[in-house]
Design a binder for this molecule. Structure first.
Ligand SMILES: Cc1cc2nc3c(=O)[nH]c(=O)nc-3n(C[C@H](O)[C@H](O)[C@H](O)COP(=O)(O)OP(=O)(O)OC[C@H]3O[C@@H](n4cnc5c(N)ncnc54)[C@H](O)[C@@H]3O)c2cc1C
Length: 200
């Protein structure tokens, strides 16, 4: 099966990106309704080690692991994302999109890729991307991938979260995931899009 978007990494940024993408379905937007989404995550989000007292709108004392569960459950409730556990080891660009390989040997195809793998390193083979030091990290050895300022690193390849060079704060990382989703939706729509709901 070919996906429209494959997100690699299911932490703050990857999950927020997936949530925003699926939230565009069922609104009568023909360019959004039939889209297929995949998220592959190795299960090592920094959030697993966090106790959250300063995430906007999230109760003080919430464990980061709980917030991860909530995000996944929000995505499940909306439906439309295949959430897969695995580590992506190679991504190759072909004529009509990308092929993605996991360590276990599974392979997938997607037209667009979102990389949201955090800032501890980047070892996915096959892509010609510029990996540089992450200037927003107080700790040395953290990395990011250079992009055009609007999260596009190469044709069809977006970066989100700490890998896009933002500070290691939940809302900053999640915000870039949301922005990447909106950039992709706007590209499909042919004009700027937001996804809003109102009560009643
Ligand atoms: C101890 C600690 C405490 C913190 N406390 C706070 C706090 O109080 N407030 C706050 O706002 N922020 C806090 N943070 C920061 C917050 O957790 C991060 O900013 C946020 O998780 C970054 O989101 P991300 O999506 O960029 O990366 P992550 O959430 O780290 O997600 C990256 C995901 O990509 C996956 N991945 C990596 N490589 C691959 C691959 N090849 N294939 C598939 N998946 C892959 C990883 O396994 C991981 O699940 C804390 C962080 C730590 C470590």
């Amino acid at each position: 099966m070919e996906y429209d978007v494959a997100i690699v990494g299911g932490g703050a940024a990857g999950l927020s990106c997936a949530l925003t993408l699926v939230s565009a379905k069922g609104r009568g937007w023909t360019w959004a309704d039939e889209r297929r989404y995949l998220l592959i995550d190795a299960g090592g989000s920094d959030l697993r080690n966090a106790l959250l007292n300063n995430v906007p709108g999230v109760a003080i004392g919430t464990p980061g692991s709980e917030l991860l569960k909530r995000l996944r459950s929000q995505i499940d409730s909306l439906g439309g994302v295949d959430l897969i556990k695995g580590r992506v080891v190679k991504i190759l660009k072909g004529d009509s999109g990308f092929s993605i390989e996991t360590k276990k040997g599974d392979s997938f195809k997607a037209k667009e890729i979102v990389l949201a793998t955090g800032f501890h390193g980047f070892d996915i083979e096959g892509l010609e991307l510029k990996v540089v030091d992450n200037p927003k990290s107080p700790k040395p050895g953290r990395i990011m991938i250079e992009h055009d300022g609007d999260y596009l690193a190469a044709e069809g390849i977006w970066v989100a979260g700490l890998l896009a060079g933002v500070s290691s704060m939940f809302a900053a990382a999640a915000g870039t995931g949301v922005q990447v989703a909106i950039n992709i939706l706007s590209k499909w729509a042919g004009s700027p899009v937001v996804v809003h709901d109102v009560p009643g």
